[in-house]
Design a protein around this ligand. Structure first.
Ligand code: OOB
Length: 537
């Protein structure tokens, strides 16, 4: 069993009695379709089409091959795959076995993967040769030193293509007991605000509920063709309603390598995509591309565009139906749990001006001031939440958990919101020390710690600055140790960070050299002032 913070027994009973938690593992999603529509197309990926039966057969084969090699229920896995069909084959294979994976982003590098591996101590690592880390065996070797129990490293499209071999392997059949639904199914990644990336345990019960409820709200059905153009493992694309919601409804997931409009528009046209999910910065690119009538015509089948992950300006929201020819849905969610949606039949102004309301009547939301006192509706405050699919603690992080989960089990999201009388939330800012770079989250402390390792850096503070496309970009404010230092020129600092193995999106976009950092009354870096004083050229 994998350790996690469970819901108190009384809450668990309530969620079960209310039918939120069904006691079914996530593999039920696939099993249902193997009965209802085995020949329905589950995944379209490049030139490949995978039916539900094929998806299930491959996942079962892979699971059995792994089981024959000693991987077993209760183990964990570190997975890093791009948006390809194998992502779902591997995910279901591991779920069938009761092995809990964490899906690292494809943009993650050595530092992130190593941090996850150190925390999880996986038995299995699965990567892709198309990523520099797995192109040679060097990184796998280094991981083995960190993870003594690491038994298998499989690489997709690698020299020996370990993953494909296993998916085709014939051998003695192994039967799997259904995974206990109240236990950890897999780990989500936290956007983070601390020095080390955190893992979020998600149980079968809680996640399956969020998938079903999301599919219902978004009215998915077997005719749904969903474009997955953001990282497949991200909570938005996996369960809001994402690919799992689409599989639950018997629809088709169309995979795209990135949200870049020209490639996506071609896929929409070719496969009759009905629904897509994007971050705001990608919507801007789609709007630009659709200005050309011939391109806009490619989107004829698109009915619904979901936008979430970062603040979406009202002015942009208003352009979506007009210029892309589809309905808009705003989605405000988090890997920790709570997801808010505007509803498909909401008055249009609500869709333009709010980020929706919680998906479940069992979601509890508190909007409080800095002292924790609830504020009136319409007043800006900190968002706290608990509910049937919101976690109760990060994996193995008791100190951090004590800071972000209160005595009543409410999770402090770090988001600043306004709630209307009818429960709709508008995101107005955040108090967590994080930069939201076009939906990609950067924990300031993580990058600051890396900068502080540089011998020429005395103090470092990473702040957000406005960016016309991304919404925010990052600026590193640095106090050099010995006055102006040629070693601290931006290209060299970026190179230094890259060499430490951090994901490219975390590299500061701007650098500012200062004599000292402004401090608050208690002596912490005054980032509010720093942001106010930082103008972007
Ligand atoms: C989604 O999940 P994460 O874990 O990458 O990031 C969560 C954070 C939120 O706490 C909030 O700060 C920000 O991202 N955020 C938004 C937003 N959606 C997320 N800020 C403003 N407006 C929005 N619509 O980003 C995520 C997970 C599931 C569904 C959708 C997004």
């Amino acid at each position: 069993m994998i350790a996690f913070t469970p819901w108190p027994a009384a809450d668990a009973r309530r969620y079960r009695e209310a039918g939120c938690w069904l006691g079914l593992p996530l593999t039920d999603i696939l099993e249902r379709q193997c009965i209802e529509r085995p020949d329905g197309i589950a995944i379209l990926c490049g030139e490949r089409a995978l039916t539900y039966r094929e998806l299930d057969t491959r996942a079962t084969r892979l699971a059995q091959a792994l089981a024959r090699r000693g991987v077993a229920a209760g183990d964990t896995a570190l997975v890093q795959l791009p948006n390809v069909a194998e992502f779902y084959i591997v995910f279901f294979a591991l779920l069938k076995m009761g092995v809990a994976p964490v899906n690292a982003l494809f943009s993650h590098q050595r530092l992130e993967l190593t941090a996850y591996a150190q925390q999880l101590q996986p038995k299995l690592v699965i990567g892709a040769a198309s990523h520099a880390l797995f192109a040679t065996g060097e990184f796998a070797q280094a991981l083995r030193a960190e993870v003594p129990g690491l038994a298998h490293v499989l690489v997709l499209d690698g020299a020996e293509d370990g993953l494909a071999t296993l998916m085709d392997e014939e051998g003695a059949a192994v039967a799997f007991a259904p995974a206990p639904a109240d236990q950890v199914a897999f780990f989500q990644l936290s956007g983070g605000s601390t020095g080390t990336p955190k893992l979020i345990p998600r149980t079968h019960d809680d996640y399956y509920y969020s998938v079903r409820r999301s599919a219902e709200i978004c009215r998915l059905d077997p005719a749904t063709r969903f474009l997955c153009a953001l990282p497949a493992g991200h909570n938005f694309l996996l369960s809001s309603p994402g690919a799992l919601g689409v599989f639950y409804a018997g629809g088709t997931v169309v995979l795209a390598p990135s949200p870049e409009p020209l490639g996506c528009f071609a896929l929409v046209e070719r496969h009759g995509v009905t629904m897509a999910a994007l971050v705001p910065s990608a919507v801007v690119l789609w709007l630009q591309a659709a200005a050309e009538p011939a391109r806009r015509a490619q989107l004829a089948s698109l009915r619904l565009l979901q936008v979430g992950g970062a603040s979406f300006a009202e002015a942009l929201a208003r352009r979506v139906p007009q210029e892309l020819g589809c309905a808009l849905q705003q989605v405000f969610g988090m890997a920790e749990g709570l997801v808010n949606y505007t509803r498909l039949d909401d008055p249009i102004d609500k869709v333009y001006t709010t980020q929706g309301r919680p998906m479940s009547e069992f979601d509890e939301v508190r909007v409080v001031d800095l002292d924790g006192t609830p504020v009136a509706d319409g007043v800006e405050g900190l968002l706290k939440t608990r509910g049937p699919y919101t976690f109760r603690g990060y994996y193995n992080a008791p100190e951090h958990n004590a800071r972000v989960i209160d005595a009543d089990g409410f999770y402090a999201t770090g988001d600043l919101v306004r709630r209307s009388a009818d429960g709709y939330l508008t995101v107005v800012g955040r108090v967590k020390d994080q930069i939201n770079r076009g939906g990609e989250k950067i924990a300031a402390e993580e990058v600051e710690n890396l900068l502080l390792r540089h011998p020429g850096v005395l103090h470092a503070a990473l702040i957000s600055v406005p960016h016309p496309l991304l919404g925010e970009m990052s600026c590193a404010c640095i106090v050099p140790r010995g006055g102006e230092d040629g070693e601290l020129r931006p290209p060299l600092l970026r190179k230094y960070l890259r060499e430490q193995g951090v994901a490219e999106f975390k590299l500061p976009d701007r650098f500012r050299m200062l004599d000292k950092l402004p401090l608050t009354a208690v002596g912490k870096t005054d980032k509010v002032r720093l942001r106010a004083e930082t103008t972007v050229q």
